[in-house]
Design a protein around this ligand. Structure first.
Ligand SMILES: [Zn+2]
Length: 324
C-alpha cells in the first residue's frame, strides 16, 4: 500500500470511530434517562432554546430586545446544564455520562489538529507509521515477545543459555524503563540465529504495548526508503523523515542492505546523527562485529553506532538456534 492509501484507510477508521463514539454517547444518554426521565425533558428544552435563539436573531426585534432575549436564554441554558449535571450525579453516573468520549481527546478522533491548514494529530501519525512499516515484511514478527522466551531451547554449553538470559533481562529492563533507561541506544551484535531479532522484536512489542510510538524496520527496507528519498520520490521522503523523527527506531539486520555509493553511508550517517542530536532512541541488531562495522560504513557511522556513552552493547555468541 502507498502512504496515500494508508491515510485513506486510516481516515475511514477514524470516521468509524466517530460513529462509534456517537452511538456510545446516545447509549449513555438513554441509560441516564432510564434512571432520571427529567433529563430527556431538559435535553428537549435545550434544543428548543437553541431554536428560539435563531428565531430571535431573524425576528427583527431591536438590538436591546435581542440582547435581553439572548441573556435570558443564556441564563436558562446554564440552569438546564446545572440541573442535568445534578441529575446525572444523583443517579450515580460518572460526571461525563452525557459527554462525548474520545479515543484521542487531543483531536477528538478527527485525526487532525490545529487551524487550517490542519496537520495530522500525533495519534494519527503513530498509527500511520505502524501501518506503513508493518504490512509486508514484518508479518509474523508480532508473535515474538518476552513472554514467549523459552530458555530451555537454548544450549547450555559454553554459557550460551546464561548469556541469552542475561541479554533478555537487559532488553526487558530497557523496554520497561523506556525512555529512561541509562543508555538511549542498544546494539545487539553477533552471528545469525542467536536470538538478536527475537529480542529486538520483544523490545518493540513491549514499548508499543506501553503506549509509546516506535518503528521496527529491516535494514533492507530502511535502505529502500533512503533510495526513494534519494531519487526524490515524495511519498518515500515521508518514509525516511518518519525514520528520523520516530522516538524509538529499531533497525534489524544492519549490514544486509545493499551498499550503494553516495546513498547507504551518507543517509545512514544523517539518520543516526539527527537521531542522536535530538536524543531519540535507536536499537540496532547486526551480524557485523565492531571491526566489520568500521570497514563497511567508515569511521563516522561506526562511531555513532558504537558510541559507548549512549549505547549498551550486547554480544551474542554460541550455536545457531535455528539449527539446534
Ligand atoms: Zn489524535
Amino acid at each position: 500500500m502507498t502512504r496515500a492509501e494508508h491515510i485513506r484507510a486510516l481516515l475511514e477508521d477514524y470516521a468509524r470511530q466517530r460513529a462509534l463514539n456517537e452511538e456510545d454517547q446516545q447509549r449513555r444518554f438513554r441509560e441516564a434517562v432510564e434512571k432520571a426521565p427529567r433529563i430527556a425533558e431538559l435535553r428537549q428544552e435545550s434544543a428548543e432554546l437553541a431554536l428560539s435563539a435563531m428565531r430571535s436573531i431573524i425576528s427583527g426585534h431591536t438590538e436591546a430586545e435581542r440582547r435581553a432575549v439572548a441573556e435570558n436564554m443564556k441564563a436558562r441554558g446554564l440552569a438546564i446544564n446545572a440541573e442535568m449535571r445534578a441529575l446525572v450525579r444523583d443517579a450515580g453516573f460518572p460526571e461525563d455520562q452525557l459527554e462525548p468520549r474520545y479515543r484521542c481527546p487531543v483531536c477528538r478522533d478527527t485525526g487532525y489538529v490545529g487551524e487550517a491548514p490542519a496537520r495530522f494529530c500525533e495519534c494519527f501519525e503513530a498509527r500511520l507509521r505502524r501501518r506503513q512499516y508493518e504490512d509486508g515484511t514484518m508479518a509474523g514478527a508480532d508473535r515474538q515477545n518476552f513472554e514467549r522466551f523459552d530458555a530451555s531451547l537454548i544450549p547450555e554449553a559454553d554459557g550460551q543459555r546464561e548469556q541469552l538470559i542475561k541479554h533478555r533481562r537487559l532488553c526487558e529492563t530497557y523496554a520497561d524503563q523506556y525512555p529512561d533507561f541509562p543508555y538511549p541506544n542498544l546494539l545487539l551484535t553477533g552471528g545469525g540465529g542467536l536470538g538478536k531479532t527475537f529480542l529486538l522484536n520483544c523490545v518493540y512489542e513491549r514499548v508499543i504495548s506501553r503506549g509509546y510510538s516506535a518503528i521496527r524496520i529491516t535494514a533492507f527496507r530502511m535502505f529502500e526508503a533512503m533510495r526513494q528519498q534519494h531519487v526524490g520520490n515524495d511519498e518515500s521522503y515521508q518514509g525516511f523523515a518518519a525514520l528520523i523523527e520516530v522516538p524509538l527506531l529499531l533497525i534489524d539486520d544492519l549490514g544486509t542492505e545493499p551498499m550503494m555509493r553516495n546513498i547507504t553511508v551518507e543517509y545512514l550517517f544523517t539518520l543516526l546523527n539527527e537521531r542522536a542530536a535530538n536524543r531519540r532512541h535507536t536499537v540496532i541488531a547486526t551480524n557485523l562485529s565492531p571491526v566489520e562495522l568500521k570497514e563497511r560504513y567508515g569511521e563516522r557511522v561506526a562511531s555513532r553506532v558504537l558510541d559507548r556513552s549512549a549505547c549498551a552493547t550486547l554480544k551474542f555468541t554460541g550455536k545457531d538456534l535455528r539449527k539446534v
